[in-house]
Design a protein around this ligand. Sequence first.
Ligand SMILES: NC(=O)c1ccc[n+]([C@@H]2O[C@H](COP(=O)([O-])OP(=O)(O)OC[C@H]3O[C@@H](n4cnc5c(N)ncnc54)[C@H](O)[C@@H]3O)[C@@H](O)[C@H]2O)c1
Length: 352
Amino acid sequence: MKILITGGCGFIGTALVYRLLRQSTDTVINVDKLTYASNPHALEDLLPHPRYMFCRVDICDAEALAEIFVVHSPDLVMHLAAETHVDRSIDDPRPFIQSNCVGTSVLLHEVLRYWRTLPEQKRQRFRFHHVSTDEVFGSVPEGRYFTEDSPLNPSSPYAATKAASDHLVWSWHGTYGLPILVSYSSNNFGPRQFPEKLIPVTLARALSGQSVLLYGKGEQQRDWLYVEDHVDALLAVLHHGRPGRAYNVATGVLRRNVDVVTAVCAELDRRRPRRQGPYRDLIRLVDDRPAHDRRYALDTSRIRDELGWRPATDFAAGLAGTVAWYLDNTEWQDAMVKGQYRGERLGLGQPA
Ligand SMILES: NC(=O)c1ccc[n+]([C@@H]2O[C@H](COP(=O)([O-])OP(=O)(O)OC[C@H]3O[C@@H](n4cnc5c(N)ncnc54)[C@H](O)[C@@H]3O)[C@@H](O)[C@H]2O)c1
């Protein structure tokens, strides 16, 4: 199979590309604009690779996309490219509207044109897999879980632009019959995540002796999914999901942010103790993010029952491996920051 992946230089995209190159015979065409959040060096240990092609292209560029479809003729498309950091979407929603909404619409347009030209058998097998997030459903009250059919009710500009892209994808299925798949995943964690997200920013700040910021009282609850388990789910949905269907992906276990940050600090205490005392002493409560959703929770019975997917990594083991990876790869973290981000507080609600 030839799989075109958008956003393959991002956190999840990198894990997905690694998996496909190491454990399948598929060819990967990676379409990525290389924003600040990307990691063009992530795959260097595998490159050059006979089954890997990289195209530095913005998904808003219709002409470039059209050429890629003609030249590479993919069998499947997995769409991960997006602006993804909620805090940045609060400070400036415009790149989110551009990449997540406009970019997805341009991509869909080109995918549809391409799909219509395919010979019957290849057209039947073709899938467009859109990778979405639990954030599109908004906050869910205690004791309740959102299903794939729950209404979208996004709170942040990031979630709103992802929800908009979901609507576009569904409409391309309903209107034109494009064989789409959608997956809604909970918060991912693991190696190679840009150091602005909760776990890597906690590590970066703690290791440099800065205070570790906790929004509000850290009572927000999230379902933390190890990135390799997400990759398993993405491939299960891609290869075995029913076209025109969505699948929730999550572990079913919720954790408060305060507990996640405390667990990261405890892991650091074990691996790199601080002379001045435990890392949790660095935790400082700061003003909450505007419109911060309190609780995300997904009902995952569909992916479990229909596709047999289960998360394989428990949180403690995943976190231990993740912290170990960041400690062993501090130069990676430094290179990613590229002078653009120093762990400062973002998302205080002063839009540009
Ligand atoms: N990280 C999570 O916890 C999580 C959870 C659920 C869903 N998701 C979704 O999964 C996808 C991947 O997330 P991630 O955490 O790997 O994101 P990321 O921010 O780490 O990477 C995004 C990638 O997309 C690329 N990109 C952005 N705009 C682009 C454009 N206009 N054209 C081409 N490439 C562009 C970037 O260069 C980057 O390589 C996103 O769609 C996100 O909404 C992420």
